[in-house]
Design a protein around this ligand. Structure first.
Ligand SMILES: [Zn+2]
Length: 479
């Protein structure tokens, strides 16, 4: 027997003890540099890539949007773990992807058009910290439930809200709140959001009593799936601000306790533009479900004026005057959420940026981008008047690029045609792409995102993964 072994053996417990001490020292040392995070606001331009923002800047005749001047500017990858189109009957149509390859991405447009994410997988990655399969809402590739930022915030006694320009139960808002194998299960997702989530604010579209032009539908409603179903929607509106028990199809349902006092909290339901606006000032209800008087999106689907084409300038057709703007919704949401002294989480989606890009509609794309940028500005001025950058983290990004938007050829820059004129812009796809997209952050903890940008793109520079947004937020919240 070698005597040394005995020495090592007797020192083993001490050795392990020292290792443990070192391990516990590392994270606490790292966490010491992290700020206390009170409020988190994530704004997602659905389908918004670099050139989308550049087109808006040229059209508005400005150098950069205010959010482009945030201190942290990085690129972000968006690919899912599994691409293709998962469906209940044919799960094998979902296949593992190869990620993002900077050489292929800048030499081959067909590479960018393959294995891209859709909005549900992207929202799940941003909200939970885990990439997943396409069409998943808050579920892992093994179809386990993933907890999300909304749930982390509520677990800490904060408030939480989501605001969107598209139906409230659509992929992006759903990915931050609900859990479902398939994004198209709208009705069940809406039930989850209204009954199972502890959200304080849910705002968007999907109102079955109005068409795409904001006209009240005569006779039977449109499909009420985005707000659960017609029986639920009717009861929701009748019970606004008071009802906590609902009987739907013979089943009794009770609303959740959202503020932690042990009692279920009723939704105050608003639909009128005026009520959205009023929410921005003074005293507010505790819990607000806002569903604008429009079917699927605030403005992007409105009828075209005579002569408007995909290549027409913005604002050629009059805007629908009976719905709030995204900025007005955000202002109301902030005024409800900031009642909580512990802070809040808010997700804001410019959802129809993606829809206009799918449709290759140049003017409407710029309208949607302008509305999104206005909403970001509302958030910035809220931080500067009601909070501070020391306690609030604001992130502006997209969920993927839509339309493969470039100038006079793929990879050719878009060109400036002067303020008020459509820039030189062309779409080279009607679908999403695997292109990197921009990521901007300002406020509490934002600098730490640089540590996550450990991959490098030849043109865009250092980039983070979409799943790393929530990973840092989780570290900051758990501090
Ligand atoms: Zn999307």
């Amino acid at each position: 027997m070698i005597p040394g072994n005995k020495v090592i053996r007797s020192f083993k417990p001490l050795f392990f003890f020292l290792c443990l001490c070192l391990l516990s020292l590392i994270p606490s040392h790292l966490l010491a540099g992290l700020p206390v995070l009170k409020n988190i606001i994530i704004l997602i331009g659905d389908g918004m890539g670099y050139n989308h923002i550049q087109c808006l800047n040229y059209y508005q005749g400005i150098k950069a949007q205010p959010f482009e001047q945030f201190p942290v500017k990085l690129a972000m990858s968006t690919y899912p773990v599994k691409a293709g189109h998962f469906s209940e009957g044919n799960p094998s149509s979902n296949h593992f992807t190869t990620g993002y390859n900077t050489v292929a991405a800048w030499s081959d447009t067909s590479y960018l058009k393959k294995n891209f994410t859709e909005s549900a997988a992207a929202a799940t990655a941003i909200a939970t910290g885990f990439k997943t399969y396409n069409n998943a809402i808050g579920m892992s590739i093994n179809q386990d439930t993933l907890s999300n930022i909304t749930e982390w915030a509520k677990g800490m006694g904060k408030s939480a809200g989501i605001v969107t320009t598209v139906p409230v139960s659509h992929a992006t808002p759903a990915g931050f709140v609900a859990h479902n194998k398939l994004r198209t299960d709208y009705s069940r997702i809406a039930y989850q959001m209204f009954f199972n989530s502890r959200c304080d604010v849910i705002m968007g579209c999907g109102n079955p009593m109005y068409d795409g032009d904001g006209q009240a539908v005569k006779g039977s409603w449109k499909n009420a799936k985005y707000v659960g179903d017609s029986a639920l929607w009717q009861q929701m509106m009748k019970g606004s601000g008071k009802q906590i028990q609902f009987t739907i199809k013979g089943k009794n349902l009770q609303l959740n306790d959202c503020n932690g006092d042990g009692k279920p909290d009723p939704w105050t339901v608003i639909t009128k533009k005026e009520d959205f606006r009023k929410l921005g000032y003074g005293k507010t209800p505790e819990r607000v479900l806002g569903c604008a008087e429009i079917y699927s999106t605030l403005q992007q689907e409105r009828s075209r004026a005579n002569g408007e084409t995909n290549n027409s300038s913005p604002n050629m057709s009059p805007m629908i005057s009976t719905v709030p703007t995204l900025a007005e919704m955000v202002s109301g949401a902030l005024n409800v959420l900031d009642n909580n002294p512990r802070g809040f989480f808010l997700m804001v989606e410019g959802g129809a940026i993606d829809w206009a890009a799918h449709g290759n509609q140049k003017g409407r794309l710029i309208e949607e981008l302008a509305g999104f940028s206005d909403a970001v500005n509302t958030v910035i001025s809220w931080v500067e008047t009601h909070s501070s950058w020391d306690e609030t983290l604001v992130i502006v990004t997209g969920d993927h690029e839509t339309g493969l938007l470039w100038g006079d050829g793929p990879f050719v820059p878009v060109t400036d045609h002067g303020k008020g004129n459509l820039p030189g812009m062309q779409f080279y796809s009607t679908d999403h792409t695997n292109s990197l997209i921009p990521f901007y952050a300002k406020g509490a903890g934002c600098e730490h995102y640089r540590n996550f940008a450990d991959e490098y793109d030849s043109l865009r520079g250092p980039y983070i993964q979409n799943s790393e947004i929530a990973q840092l937020i989780r570290l900051l919240l758990e501090k």
